[in-house]
Design a protein around this ligand. Structure first.
Ligand SMILES: N[C@@H](CCC(=O)N[C@@H](CS)C(=O)NCC(=O)O)C(=O)O
Length: 332
């Protein structure tokens, strides 16, 4: 199958999955589709938010898929609803998030921490010198330190945190109903879809034209940790570079019309909700938090505004904003 057709099949399967309880055969096809979706994306999960290093290699792809697999522990545990903030007993003494303010992966982790009201200190990393994370061998963000233990990779971090937040979580068991199994399946597929499809649509959208790329860099450098000179040069040189890189990314991920791809993804998500407030039902689940976190990074850029204006996702996004509430993050 051609990559583009594979991706379409993947999205169609997510839509079908959202449409109701399926047979065992459909379960199997959905997993296949989820995997096709990741392979068609040639799955580099490396973000090019600030990166000038060009297109990343396939080593990262393996990591992305692996990260998503690790996420499955948490997804297994959280079929229906995330716990309400108040009931969380996990209270680490010292949590530090090394991040870029506009990074979608960092925003995913923040959505989780904020939703569960876990206080954390934010360290904004300078994307050029990375001096704040020189001590670590890991060269990306987010990095989360929890009582002195380093956690990396957004999906892996959330997986580990969820297990701590919900230590007695029920995992897959023989007694589990078919319906519950199916819902877990849908949840997993959507989580994979966030990492392997949704994130790849962002860069081509926010760097779509030179003027959008400049606006995006203005936002990124204003929110981020840049010196005055870095800010000035990043705004124009960075925007120009990312404009060209995003065209290559677009090709790599078989995107012909970036806005259409963004709108399609937003509609796919709304279809998956099936009229419920959240995918988790009355409360957000891990997929809600992941989609919200990723989209938060573009929400107030032109692409995010267009997405809300041209699709049905706005109401869900507003509900998520309320549910996640005030950030538990602080800066010193
Ligand atoms: N799979 C990783 C991807 C993290 C990632 O690619 N982060 C980007 C920032 S959005 C990064 O640090 N890129 C390297 C750089 O900026 O040099 C995750 O989910 O956390």
């Amino acid at each position: 199958m051609f990559p583009q057709m594979r991706r379409a099949a993947g999205l169609a399967a997510v839509r079908r999955a959202a449409g109701g309880i399926a047979s065992a055969d459909q379960h199997h096809r959905l997993f296949q589709a989820a995997l096709f979706t990741s392979s068609s994306a040639n799955s580099s999960s490396r973000s090019h938010w600030f990166s000038y290093n060009g297109i990343a290699g396939d080593k990262v792809a393996t990591h992305a898929v692996f990260g998503t697999m690790l996420f499955s522990t948490a997804a297994t545990a959280i079929v229906e609803e995330a716990q309400a903030k108040e009931t969380v007993k996990f209270r680490p003494k010292d949590v530090v998030l090394y991040q870029y303010e506009a990074c979608p992966f960092c925003n995913k982790v923040k959505a989780f921490l904020d939703y569960y009201d876990i206080p954390y200190k934010v360290v904004e990393v300078n994307p050029l010198s990375k001096k704040e994370t020189k001590w670590s061998e890991y060269k990306k963000v987010p990095i989360l330190m929890v009582d002195g233990v380093q956690m990396v990779d957004s999906s892996d971090i959330i997986d580990k945190l969820y297990t701590k937040v919900n230590p007695g979580a029920v995992t897959d068991s023989a007694e589990e109903s078919e319906e519950k199994k199916w819902r877990r399946h849908v949840l997993l597929t959507l989580i994979i879809w966030v990492d392997n499809h949704l994130v790849h649509i962002l860069s081509p959208n926010i760097y779509r034209s030179i003027s959008e790329a400049i606006d995006s860099f203005d936002y990124i450098t204003t929110m981020g940790n840049f010196s005055f000179m870095e800010k000035m040069s990043a705004k124009y040189v960075g925007a120009g570079a990312m404009y060209f890189i995003s065209k290559r990314l677009k090709k790599r991920h078989n995107i012909t019309d970036e806005r259409a791809a963004l709108y399609e993804a937003a509609e796919t998500w709304v279809d998956a909700l099936q009229g419920r407030d959240f995918l988790g039902g009355a409360k957000p689940n891990l997929a809600d938090l992941a989609v919200f976190g990723v989209l938060k990074s573009i929400r107030y850029l032109r692409a995010g505004q267009d997405m809300v204006q041209h699709t049905r996702i706005g109401d869900w996004y507003d509900r998520m904003e309320n549910a996640v509430g005030v950030s538990a993050g602080f800066r010193e």
